[in-house]
Design a protein around this ligand. Structure first.
Ligand code: PLZ
Length: 414
């Protein structure tokens, strides 16, 4: 069956509201490429939106998943528990920043992890307000839509949204020209004047914004916010769903500025493509919730846990944090060489790099040219004008370079 044939069936069967970046249908995938059903190879600068960091069909993940499927597929951890769930929590508690005692709870999707982090912070503080930031993205469920900044396509027509969510100005150096402390002072002033420190349950932020445009806050912004949050008796939550698990060149992006969040949400890269998400944090905060207050049928599914343990082992053994730094410097070097007037900024950390272009139509046409030439890239940003690159961290140099050839040709043809 060809992509065109499947696509015809899709239009008749799949809800229109679910979009796709490309209209080719995948047959199989590896460490750096996807092959569609028409036999065409795509260089993968998307990794399923920062998910397949260990590659698609990573050998350890395949083996662990197969072994687990043969033993059992599901019991529900809330009904009959199993070791893999405990082992994933141990790994998360050890790998996330901060030497303090931690606990974790497992869920299915990023949005679900964020929802639970908010539940835990509100329970612990007995306060209502959640502070989020301009350009922030936290999901598409009802609560997380309210936390997400951008209207189209995420929120438009889907309200009313959950109350007690307050949006503070983000540090966006290209656009605001502020240094980190000044941008933090601006955000804190807004919170104090418009929300009131004593009402704040949590400050929730992506250490580098993902969907919002790979916005890297100015140095000092995150530490100042974290410190204010602690002094206010509120919970500092880092949403590391996109930045976590080696993507930015360290296990977690908070570490680049020595920030130790009270709670961290993770998903995406954690399990090599299987659906798994987590909230990890201070034992005193996590354990404040009554027994039975957190859970869900599938959270911490044993197959996803087996995949996570194998993915984490792969990241350790192959030093994928180092690989992310290597990929990032290779991408940045090629893009900086271009010095093209359409490139407003090349930014990011590790293998989470983006170029900001003048407008959405330029970004869309560069992306379209990349797609026509077999390179899968994604756009992002509040203004839709950012092209982002999230290759699997196991992508070989020659594949990366071929992708960069296609990308630089598309950028310079503008
Ligand atoms: N927090 C920081 O990046 C998911 C969304 C794609 P889920 N980002 C990709 C789309 O258009 O739906 C994300 C994220 C951050 C939370 C989430 C939500 O994670 O697993 O998609 O629910």
């Amino acid at each position: 069956m060809t992509s065109a044939e499947i696509h015809k069936r899709r239009v008749a069967a799949v809800a229109r509201g679910v979009g796709s970046t490309i209209s080719s249908y995948v047959d199989h995938a590896s460490g750096g490429t996807l092959t569609d059903v028409d036999g065409r190879e795509w260089i993968d600068f998307a990794a399923g939106i920062a998910v397949t960091s260990v590659g698609n069909s990573a050998p350890r993940v395949i083996e662990a998943v197969q072994r687990q499927v043969e033993r059992f597929t599901h019991t529900c951890f809330m009904v009959a528990p199993y070791e893999a769930y405990v082992a994933v929590c141990e790994q998360l508690n050890g790998l996330t920043p901060g030497a303090f005692e931690k606990r974790s709870a497992l869920f299915n999707s990023g949005a679900e992890a964020v929802e639970n982090a908010v539940k835990i912070a509100r329970y612990h503080t007995k306060r209502p307000a959640i502070v989020v930031f301009d350009h922030g993205y936290h999901g598409r469920t009802n609560l997380t839509m309210a936390l997400t900044a951008k209207n189209m396509p995420y929120k438009n027509g889907f309200g009313p949204f959950a109350p007690e969510i307050y949006r503070a100005p983000m540090s966006y150096p290209l656009r605001d020209g502020l240094d980190g402390p000044a941008a933090a002072a601006r955000a804190i002033d807004m919170i104090e004047k418009q929300v009131g420190a004593s009402n704040v349950a949590a400050v929730l932020i992506e250490p580098i914004q993902g969907e919002g445009g790979f916005v890297v806050p100015a140095p000092g912004f995150l530490p100042a916010l974290a410190e204010w949050t602690r002094e206010a008796g509120a919970v500092f939550i880092a949403d590391e769903i996109q930045t976590g698990f080696c993507r930015t060149g360290s296990w977690f992006a908070s570490s680049h500025e020595d920030v130790e969040p009270d709670l961290i949400t993770t998903a995406k890269g954690i399990a090599g493509g299987l659906p798994l998400a987590a909230v990890t944090g201070h034992a005193s905060i996590m354990d404040s919730v009554h027994v039975g207050g957190l859970g869900g049928t599938y959270g911490g599914n044993p197959i996803a846990c087996a995949a996570a343990l194998a993915s984490i082992e792969t990241m350790r053994e192959l030093d994928l944090a180092g690989a992310a730094r290597h990929i990032g410097s290779r991408i940045t070097a090629r893009l900086s060489e271009l010095d093209h007037p359409a490139i407003a900024e090349v930014r990011g950390r590790g293998a989470m790099i983006a170029v900001e272009l003048p407008d959405a139509s330029t970004a869309a046409s560069v992306a379209a040219q990349c797609h026509a030439n077999g390179l899968l890239v994604l756009t992002c940003g509040t203004y839709g004008n950012v092209l982002r690159f999230l290759p699997p961290l196991v992508m070989p140099d020659d594949v990366l370079d071929r992708g960069l050839d296609i990308l630089t040709a598309a950028l310079t043809s503008r």
